[in-house]
Design a protein around this ligand. Structure first.
Ligand code: SF4
Ligand code: SF4
Length: 546
């Protein structure tokens, strides 16, 4: 019999097929994007609220069906499916209340009747959920509990699967992703938060960006006058590849590994190297200042470049994460220098060169110890698949954790830190002025970087073992959502306006429809197609799965 561990990540799904008798991983499957329209978890939530939770739920289940199809097994032999993710993904998966996650204000929640929502662990028959989408007659679905309604199973996973939950010294754990989940522990007290870092942190939304997957550039290092590029191989192991002159793009030394794009960690790495060694037309550029790129770009491989705009996007993501880390510490009254441990998880937390991340500030550079882990959500799901009794242990831990949550979106302290970050990353504000701004806001200034840090990498890959049959990538989920474009005059302005080539106007007889590619579309945060339509023929509301 088989078990499936599934991580519903904000930037894509990751699943492992496990042989329950031998406990071995057979195969791993990943999607390259999230199937719902939008670039972050708030877009997914917004889509579900605006367009319909039922549709969002069905898109997620359809995607899981495609992933299970990739495993190419007899579905009646699947005994357990354990699913981990943040509260929004897990609620959409189960088709349970989500509105409490959309509206922070208590009075609004009261008005909607969505107060005191709990997200307890659940165990239920798969066919109750999948109904006619997929027949899993012998499968039980296991969903781990949230710590609180807004502190999800993914946060629990990162606390349990690192040493964080048992740590006695002040520690921060962060699951680096589009929505960077984080927690600070001081004694018994835990404060959680999340930073809407945006897709750049995982390599999406940047010109040659891609998720951590085979062919992705994950790191760069200086060798003499050139850059040695690191690329993830077919098993997602980082391998040294070609040597390149990043300014001219000339390949100095070839490699068998072909770069398809660059991950968020690759951008962070290139930025850190550029800031340390300089590649700029601006001769005053040195570490601590945002580099001015020659001709507005750096070349990492044939057809893979990083542009000034990409650096700005990555900078905003790093800035959001640093602002959230600092907010947690200030809110908890912990002096920066008391921070002992920093735990980094998720693909970005695993593949990033921690020293470079420290230099850029995406992990607190005043902490004394850094420990890098892999994908903790998938690891927890895996444990729940392998050992039925583990769920009770996880529930007991979740009950024991007393955690408070800070909504960064409504935190005055966060907004002040983030303003400093935006000025630093997008307007070239020097660090001295950053600290002067903090003084003006009555916030503690940033200390010197801790130079005697201990960095420990516990895993070499975010998914430790992809299994004997290796990794399969579901590159095209293939879900189209459709809207009747009643008054369409076939001007195709919506198609021309779309930045993702995600909309097509089709005709069936004399009736016209807008077809949106669900995984490509940027969703409710974009709507450029709707705004471009001269006759109001599309509204992005009355949508159904084609
Ligand atoms: S323009 Fe429309 S179809 Fe294109 S990404 Fe934006 S919302 Fe989606
Ligand atoms: S912009 Fe409006 S009228 Fe033009 S093709 Fe698109 S839906 Fe039709």
């Amino acid at each position: 019999m088989y078990g499936i561990a599934l991580d519903l990540g904000t930037s894509g799904f990751r699943a492992q097929l496990i042989d329950l008798e031998s406990k071995e991983t057979i195969k791993t499957a990943i999607t390259m994007r999230h199937p719902l329209p939008g670039g972050n978890v708030m877009d997914h939530l917004d889509f579900a609220i605006q367009v319909g939770e039922e549709i969002a739920h069905e898109i997620i289940l359809d995607t899981i069906k495609e992933i299970i199809n990739l495993f190419d097994i007899d579905n009646s032999k699947i005994e357990r499916l354990a699913v981990c993710g943040n509260p929004i993904q897990l609620s959409l998966f189960q088709n349970i209340e989500i509105r409490d996650l959309a509206y922070a204000g208590e009075s609004k929640q009261k008005k909607l009747g969505v107060q005191n929502i709990t997200r307890d662990a659940r165990v239920f028959k798969a066919n109750e959920l999948f109904k006619d989408i997929l027949d899993l007659p012998n499968c039980t679905v296991i969903v781990p509990p949230a710590i609180k309604h807004e502190i999800g199973a993914d946060a629990l996973a990162m606390m349990i699967k690192t040493d964080f939950a048992d740590q006695t010294a002040p520690a921060i754990v962060t699951d680096y992703g589009t929505n960077a989940e984080m927690a600070l522990k001081v004694g018994d007290k835990i404060i959680t938060g999340s930073a809407a870092a945006g897709p750049a942190i995982e390599g999406q939304g940047i010109s040659c960006g891609m998720l951590a997957s085979p062919g992705a550039i994950s790191d760069v290092n200086v060798e003499g006058d050139y850059w040695r590029i690191t690329i993830l191989d077919k098993d997602m192991v980082p391998q040294k590849a070609h040597l390149i002159d990043p300014i001219s793009g000339e390949i100095i030394e070839e490699s068998d590994l072909v770069a398809k794009g660059v991950t968020g960690t690759g951008v962070v790495s290139a930025l850190a190297v550029a800031m340390k060694y300089g590649v700029c037309s601006n001769t005053s550029c040195c570490f601590g200042q945002i580099p001015e790129l020659p001709d507005g770009k750096l070349t990492l491989a044939k057809d893979v470049v990083i542009t000034t705009k990409d650096i700005e996007e990555a900078g905003k993501a790093i800035g959001a994460i640093r602002a959230a880390h600092l907010t947690l510490l200030v809110e908890a009254g912990v002096p920066y220098k008391d921070l002992e441990y920093v735990y980094m998880s998720g693909a970005t937390g695993t593949y990033v060169d921690a020293e470079k991340a420290r230099r850029l500030g995406s992990c607190p550079n005043f902490a004394k110890n850094i420990v890098q882990f892999g994908n903790t959500s998938l690891a927890l799901a895996r444990e729940l698949v392998l050992d039925k009794s583990k769920l009770d242990v996880v529930i007991a831990i979740a009950h024991k954790i007393k955690a408070d949550h800070i909504m960064m979106a409504t935190s005055d302290i966060f907004s002040k830190f983030y303003l400093c970050e935006l000025s630093y990353w997008t307007q070239g504000m020097p660090m001295e002025v950053y600290n002067q701004m903090l003084e003006m806001y009555n916030l503690p200034t940033l200390p010197e970087i801790c130079e005697s840090v201990v960095i420990e990498k516990r895993v070499s890959k975010d998914i430790d073992d992809v299994g004997k049959e290796g990794l399969s990538i579901l590159d095209d989920i293939g879900i189209t959502i459709e809207e009747h474009a009643r008054d369409c005059i076939l001007c195709h302005k919506c198609e021309a306006e779309c930045p993702e080539d995600a909309i097509k106007i089709v005709e069936k007889g004399s009736v016209r429809y807008a077809n949106y590619n669900s995984e490509r579309c940027l969703g409710t945060s974009c709507h450029r197609c709707v705004a471009a339509c001269p006759v109001n023929a599309i509204h992005y509301l009355d949508i159904y799965i084609k």
